[in-house]
Design a protein around this ligand. Structure first.
Ligand code: CTP
Length: 475
């Protein structure tokens, strides 16, 4: 095995000598000496070296300290569209994180983005030309916008402003970035960033739903302090998380898992129904089972849409996560996500909502507690089972305290689903399945009723997907 310094000399020679390598890495001679002394290269610089080596058909094998032949089809290309919000500066870190994962990044910047960061900084970091102008004669001659849109493995818009999301939903083509989004045939992911009120606005949410319906994957913003001083959902997700979701999505798209090509829709967590802005009614649910199912579906290569109520569980990487609160919102999000090959309704949907929920806090009065009137929520599982675009395999869950098998069989018939996974719920919440890591279930279909042993929720998910794979294979 070669030592690091011999290998480093070999790399320098392959890339045209010390001066070319210093120019490529944008460093001076002392940096090269430091890499030799330390026996490592910083990851961002390594990514630049990897790319240059790949262009020469070579690959740096870090574990074996050797150069080997590189299959250029292994390098995935990302078109990173940066639009104009304060979070644009995070696109630089994002580009670095993507490159650390072996991806090649080409920047496209909207006019607004250039108010926050310069094309030069993106170009220096990615080692690639940055594209900004739809009507640039030189750019069009070198790489027309259609070729740019087509010769990529993924389009990632990060940060995606409310304005740009609206343009995408409308199908506008009034700038290079929006034109690429229309012309591309590659998967499109967007990571929105904006003020929390703007994020929550129905107009924006409707536009997002339109995009989801067209197969765009949303990397939902994080909750916390935003640049405008308000607290809530709207902050660009951490670059490292975005990069992880992008690379998982690329693996799914371009590597074959047993469920690749299948779209699986999963509901998870509770729904919460407001009484007023500070009070709500809800069902108990940790979202652990639903999220475990989603993670398993991703592992098996499916395209996954997870529609989830508020839970502490983080959404697994590599899927489209749609965060909702009420049953009506959950139903709308599920219908917008159709068509799907299978749906698994694991959410604990509140059966009722409060009629005339107040928009201001209800005050206590001498007259005693406020009387609330409830109305029945839509049954999402039943409506998907009878939908025009019914997924071919519809799976429900049931939570019962009494007569598990009889109640579950009746529910299986009533809901019109193909399979029903039934849990026994202890009357005492302390010993119940809620929040636990294990689950003991009955598996019910029209042909069978099986009792599964007490299993980890992740193992319940595995068994369900083993069944699903066999079902899709026609066994
Ligand atoms: N479900 C749904 N929409 C509802 C209620 C339930 O999609 N409004 C789904 C759940 O996600 C689950 C299944 O239906 O997959 C059964 O949920 P469960 O709460 O056990 O049953 P309910 O329909 O609420 O019936 P009941 O309250 O009579 O037990």
């Amino acid at each position: 095995m070669t030592d690091f310094n011999t290998l480093f000399d070999q790399i320098v020679a392959e890339l045209g000598g010390r001066n070319s390598v210093m120019a490529l890495l944008n460093v001076g001679p002392s940096a090269l000496s430091n890499y030799r002394k330390r026996g490592t290269i910083p990851s961002a610089k390594q990514a630049l070296l990897d790319k240059a080596l790949a262009q020469k058909g070579l690959k740096f094998e870090a574990d074996d300290l050797r150069l080997s032949a590189h299959n250029s089809a292994e390098i995935r290309r990302i078109l990173l569209i940066i639009t104009g919000g304060i979070a644009a500066y995070k696109a630089l870190d994002l580009a670095r994180r993507l490159m650390e994962r072996g991806l090649s990044v080409t920047g496209v910047m909207s006019k607004g983005a250039q108010e926050f960061i310069t094309p030069l900084s993106v170009a220096a970091l990615t080692g690639e030309k940055v594209y900004t102008d739809l009507f640039s004669l030189t750019d069009e001659a070198e790489m027309g916008h259609i070729r740019l849109a087509r010769e990529t493995d993924m389009v990632l818009v990060a940060p995606a402003t409310a304005h740009f999301i609206t343009k995408m939903a409308l199908g506008m083509a009034d700038c290079l970035a929006s034109t690429i989004c229309l012309a591309t045939t590659a998967p499109v992911m967007i990571a929105p960033a904006m003020n929390p009120q703007m994020w929550a606005h129905p107009a924006l949410q409707q536009n997002l739903n339109t995009l989801v319906q067209r197969g765009v994957e949303i990397i939902a913003p994080a909750t916390g302090d935003t640049a405008c001083g308000e607290v809530g959902a709207g902050r660009l997700e951490e670059p490292i998380i975005i990069a992880e979701q992008v690379s998982t999505r690329l693996r799914q798209t371009y590597q074959n898992g047993p469920l690749s090509g299948k779209h699986i829709l999963i509901t998870s967590g509770p729904t919460i129904e407001p009484i007023d802005p500070v009070r709500f009614i809800a069902n108990r649910s940790s979202g652990k089972q639903g999220h475990a199912l989603a993670a398993e579906a991703v592992k098996r290569g499916a395209r996954v849409t997870l529609v989830s109520g508020p839970v502490t569980e983080a959404p697994p990487a590599g899927l489209t996560h749609i965060s909702i609160e009420t049953a009506h919102q959950m139903k709308e999000a599920c219908e917008a996500a159709l068509p799907a090959d299978s749906v698994i309704c694991a959410a604990a949907v509140a059966d009722w909502h409060v009629v005339g929920a107040s928009t201001s806090k209800q005050k206590k009065t001498e007259a005693g507690p406020t009387v609330i009137t409830l109305a029945t929520n839509p049954d999402i599982l039943a409506s998907l089972s009878h939908h025009d675009k019914r997924p071919s395999l519809v799976i429900g869950f049931a939570a019962e305290t009494d007569n598990l098998e009889t109640a579950a069989r009746e529910k299986h018939r009533r809901k019109g689903c193909d399979w029903l996974i039934a849990n026994h719920i202890a009357a005492d919440a302390k010993h119940s399945v809620f929040g636990a890591n294990t689950n003991k279930v009955l598996f019910i279909s029209s042909e069978t009723c099986e009792e599964w042993p007490n299993l980890k929720k992740t193992d319940v998910a595995r068994r369900i997907f083993d069944r699903m794979e066999a079902w899709f294979d026609g066994d």
